[in-house]
Design a binder for this molecule. Structure first.
Ligand SMILES: Nc1ncnc2c1ncn2[C@@H]1O[C@H](COP(=O)(O)OP(=O)(O)OP(=O)(O)O)[C@@H](O)[C@H]1O
Length: 253
């Protein structure tokens, strides 16, 4: 069901957040707001802090300072049940797909429903309720892999595995989708398909999508906005349409 796009509430707000690992600062004083249904590219050189920022936003690691509001929840101080409930509304595609190798592709996608409905029934596709299996098949169709639903996950190529991980992330209809270099292991055509899928999720279903990428072309074509990290700060926050080559040079020099 598409969410109401007419009022465009803010889905993600970071206010002066900072992260240090031990004594080593990664970034500081980072603030931005992302509206519902925006597709946003997070760019920057290796080690700039993109993955760290995504992990902080999702509540996987704590921020060292500042506040994060996700879907009207104060995420930086959410713990326990509140944090689990919030995470169930988020989807994550990480660089490592972490599929369960000996289980079927379909079971791996059904696992994406565990956040909303924990328990054995969402561990094995044979035990899953029909609506869950149907949702998993629909997610596999979206990534073009319905035909391998019953294959063991360890019989897939790296690119297929990544697409299964994307199906697992979207099967629960997340309100915000975080994707950390989702196309890193994909060939150019499969990468385009995945970016197109993310863009459609944002535009047609109102999912807020934030993805990191080293592919400037993807950032420009599939991001409404581009955020850039460099030198421990948010150096760039512009619409993709207004991004200039000088902006990009400033990030990678
Ligand atoms: N768990 C950790 N403990 C200590 N330092 C870390 C940890 N994770 C990342 N770092 C450091 O934090 C900095 C930012 O890393 P991060 O992975 O967030 O960058 P990135 O922009 O995603 O890089 P890449 O483009 O290479 O994936 C790097 O200097 C990295 O070595």
């Amino acid at each position: 069901m598409p969410r109401n796009l007419s009022i465009s509430p803010v889905d993600i707000e970071a206010r002066t957040i900072a992260k240090t690992y031990g004594d080593t600062p990664v970034f500081a004083n980072v603030s931005f707001r992302l509206a519902r249904g925006e597709a946003v590219a997070l760019v920057g050189a290796n080690g700039a802090g993109k993955s760290t920022l995504l992990r902080c936003l999702m509540g996987l690691i704590p921020v060292s300072d500042g506040q994060i509001t996700l879907l009207d929840v104060a995420a930086h101080r959410a713990r326990g049940r509140e944090l689990r409930a919030l995470r169930a509304r988020l989807g994550l595609v990480s660089q490592k797909h972490n599929l369960v190798p000996r289980m079927s592709v379909l079971s791996n996608v059904v696992h994406g429903l565990l956040g909303k409905a924990p328990g054995l029934r969402h561990w094995n596709h044979g035990l899953a309720p029909k609506p869950s299996r149907d949702a998993a098949m629909t997610a596999l169709e979206k990534v073009g892999l319905a035909d391998v639903a019953l294959r063991r996950a360890d019989r897939l190529s790296g690119g297929q595995s990544q697409r299964v991980a994307i199906a697992r992330a979207i099967v629960s209809a997340p309100e915000i989708l975080f994707a950390d270099e989702p196309c890193a292991s994909l060939d150019p055509a499969a990468g385009e398909d995945v970016m197109e899928l993310f863009f459609r999720l944002a535009k047609d279903e109102g999912v807020t999508v934030i993805f990191t990428s080293h592919n400037v072309d993807h950032a420009l074509r599939y991001g409404d906005r581009v955020l850039g990290l460099a030198g421990g700060a948010l150096k760039l926050d512009v619409t993709a349409a207004s991004l200039s080559r000088a902006d990009l040079r400033g990030l990678y020099d």
